[in-house]
Design a protein around this ligand. Structure first.
Ligand code: NDP
Ligand code: MG
Length: 383
């Protein structure tokens, strides 16, 4: 029986993890549940799973009488304090955005294993996260489906060199759209992802292809691969979740229906596989698998993310991520158009001055600065 903290318990990843716990009460116990502001959602989960501790960034107006057997923490550091109080075996980092970096660092100090969905924590604080994980001997188990696929393929690696990592990419809802149409896409066009159902921020990132750029950076940190040996192939069916190529040209792939519970369950149960009752792959029904190259001219965010990693400046991905988070929020609020996201990120990257990234405070300083620059750019667009 493993005790697990779900940080970001009310989100897309968090609720799917709770679904797995619900199906396997003999294997997993939810020990800590945290969220930002959705107190109604968190109360429901606490009522069902009865964790030792729970936390909300925004303090709710009240905590119902029947939920007071759980120890409650409120405020921006609620995840860290709940982890310190309970020290569960595992923590699933499923907070969205750089806001989750502190929780990942706290989990590395308090838990035996960290299951990582929160890619922005690695994109911004990759060096800090990797260093702390190595120092404390805590395994980082990837939850992002592409990285989980690579991790699974690497189980067959032995002592062999990896020639190349190949991340697959659905291409998002605008894969076949012209540049002008992409520029004018509405929020509802964007939120209609062809193969995956996810939180709104990552859904927007999938439409700009920023998500794939962030995933290249994530793969660089997780697997210690240089940018030049991480390729991306567009694969609209999302059946191959990613691949590893070896020196002899052999390519190993991990396949399955697009259902995040496979990747979440793999990390939760590792090294055992956890059945969850999902749909099985029917090859005849899928019929054809197709492949193509990503197009950086229609999806500049993808290019900008690769350039940030290529630059070798550890602060560049932090600025890229901060600018993107600010621009995506402005798009979702209806303040800027879809094409504005890439323009804002590019403008921020053009003005970015490299800085040192040795502590989490350094990350937050660069992040704040990038958001300030992005805000200036948003106001310029609005004029
Ligand atoms: P959602 O927006 O659906 O959920 C985010 C969760 O984080 C919510 O529970 C939210 O609470 C909580 N949260 C936000 N800020 C804080 C904070 N400061 N402290 C504690 N909790 C917080 O996002 P997703 O589940 O889609 O994504 C989560 C992460 O996983 C992202 O980094 C994403 O890139 C990654 N990921 C997601 C995939 C998916 O299929 N969804 C696939 C691969 C990676 P509240 O509800 O109260 O706002
Ligand atoms: Mg992914």
């Amino acid at each position: 029986m493993r005790s697990i903290a779900i940080l970001g318990a009310t989100g897309s990843i968090g609720t799917q993890a709770l679904d797995i716990i619900d199906r396997h009460p003999e294997r997993f116990r939810a020990a800590v549940l945290t969220a930002r502001s959705d107190w109604e959602g968190l109360f429901r989960a606490v009522r069902k799973f009865r964790p030792q501790a729970a936390g909300l960034v925004e303090e709710p107006p009240f905590v119902p009488e029947d939920l007071r057997g759980t120890e409650w923490f409120f405020g921006g550091d609620c995840s860290r304090r709940a982890l310190e109080a309970v020290r569960p075996d595992d923590a699933l980092a499923a907070v969205v955005g750089v806001a989750g970096l502190d929780a990942v660092l706290a989990a590395l100090k308090c838990c035996r294993r960290v299951l990582l969905a929160n890619k922005e924590a690695l994109v911004t604080g990759g060096h800090l996260v990797k260093e702390l994980a190595a120092q404390r001997g805590v395994p980082l188990l990837p939850v992002d489906s592409e990285h989980s696929a690579i991790f699974q393929c690497l189980e067959a690696r032995g002592d062999n060199e990896i020639a190349r990592l190949i991340l697959t990419c659905s291409g998002g809802p605008f894969r076949t759209w012209e540049r002008d149409a992409i520029d004018r896409a509405s929020v509802s066009d964007v939120l209609r992802h062809p193969t995956w159902r996810m939180g709104s921020k990552i859904t927007v990132d999938c439409a700009t292809l920023m998500n794939k750029g962030l995933e290249v950076i994530e793969a660089h940190h997780l697997f210690g691969m240089p940018e030049s040996r991480i390729d991306v192939v567009v694969h609209p069916e999302s059946i191959i979740h990613s691949m590893v190529e070896f020196e002899d040209g052999a390519v190993l792939a991990q396949l399955g229906v697009p259902d995040m519970r496979t990747a979440i369950g793999y990390a939760m149960g590792y090294p055992e596989r956890v059945p969850y009752g999902g749909e099985r792959l029917d090859f005849a029904k899928v019929g054809t698998l197709s492949f193509g190259n990503p197009d950086p001219s229609r999806f500049p965010c993808y290019r900008l993310a690769r350039e940030a990693l290529q630059s070798g400046d550890a602060s560049a991905p932090v600025a890229l991520n901060g600018a993107n988070e600010a621009a995506v929020a402005a798009f979702l609020d209806g303040r800027i158009g879809f094409g504005g996201i890439a323009r804002i990120v590019e403008a921020v990257m053009n003005r970015h001055v490299p800085g040192r990234v040795q502590t989490a405070e350094d990350v937050y300083g660069i992040d704040r600065n990038a958001r300030r620059l992005a805000q200036t750019e948003i106001e310029r667009i609005l004029k």
